[in-house]
Design a protein. Structure first.
Lengths: 201, 201
């Protein structure tokens, strides 16, 4: 950004947003322009909604899920299966699983994934607190539901090694073809995993 | 978003950001998570930078360029060629042109482009004020530098029709191969325009 006619406060916003993971200069510019192009009152309202979010939301002190209370609704719910923990990278992964209505256990949010490229190490993630939860509670199963990416795999594998001697069942979410997929367009890895883990009918 | 465990303030932020042009639910989620994952003080600082931007920046009252003053640095600069106006969709287009150092005239920011799909009509853009500027000032040339997209073309064509009888030169930024492009990968339209507007050496 070397243009001298760009206003300082706009330049600052673009630089700060561009430094967020997954953002670059162009997407940061687009966000700034979109907000500046809104009727000013609406723009200020949107930013105040962000401030309200930052004031109210924090990680659940037990599982790390974003919540407005000390404990999230899942950890507070006595009806949930308290012997199973599903480990996810981010809160939105848990929100997605929750929408299926198929999972009744607890969650544990890592707050990211191991990534040498982004310099994210085990210390940056909520891994130690997961091991503590497993040790201090009557947990029977941990489901590793990190993303099926290189980083997600590495993270799952790292956690597996920490938990494998704790006398619990450790599982990984299934690989396979996504519903509605076209077989010939599937990548080789997914297709070979789908065959390997074939299900008896 | 039907997950009942998602906190209300987070849901609200995601819904509002997802309604911005160019954003969807996933990109809105990513932005919210990125900001929530920052150390809280830094997150609040980032949002306050946005607020400061919204308080200080507004369109230049002459040309519409984002500025912190009443008039932007270009309109204030007596050394600029005040007989030429370059019409762009957004302020960042002008900032990009300015970085080349090749343009010495004035700008006019439309604040978008005609788009039936997004229901953006001529009344939503700063077109009337452009016609007024041309009528009230000794303008000799208007360069239409809207993007070379379907919407950008339609916008340029619409403005051309409004200005064609005002006794001024109206030009369009050149089409051609971008610097560093590979000929065989260029799309047909760009390639045919590059041939059509060939330059004598």
């Amino acid at each position: 950004m070397s243009g001298e006619i760009i206003p300082q406060t706009l330049k600052k916003v673009v630089e700060e947003v561009a430094s967020l993971p997954g953002y670059g200069e162009k997407s940061a510019q687009r966000l700034a322009v979109n907000i500046l192009n809104m009727p000013r009152g609406e723009g200020i309202q949107l930013i105040k909604t962000f401030l309200e979010m930052l004031e109210k939301i924090h990680p659940c002190k037990e599982c790390g899920l974003f919540t407005e209370d000390e404990l999230c609704p899942v950890c507070k719910d006595e009806e949930r299966d308290r012997q199973t923990i599903c480990v996810v990278e981010e809160s939105f992964d848990a929100f997605a699983i929750e929408r299926t209505g198929k999972y009744k256990g607890l969650y544990h949010v890592l707050g990211g994934r191991l990534s040498p490229l982004e310099e994210i190490t085990a210390e940056d993630l909520n891994i130690e607190s997961l091991v503590e939860r497993v040790e201090k509670n009557p947990i029977k199963e941990v489901i590793l539901a990190t993303n099926p990416t290189v980083e997600g795999e590495a993270t799952a594998s790292y956690i597996y090694n920490l938990l494998k001697n704790k006398g619990i069942t450790i599982s990984r979410i299934a690989y396979g073809l996504p519903f509605g997929a076209v077989l010939e367009n599937a990548d080789d890895f997914t297709l070979s995993k789908a065959l390997e883990h074939k299900i008896p009918i």
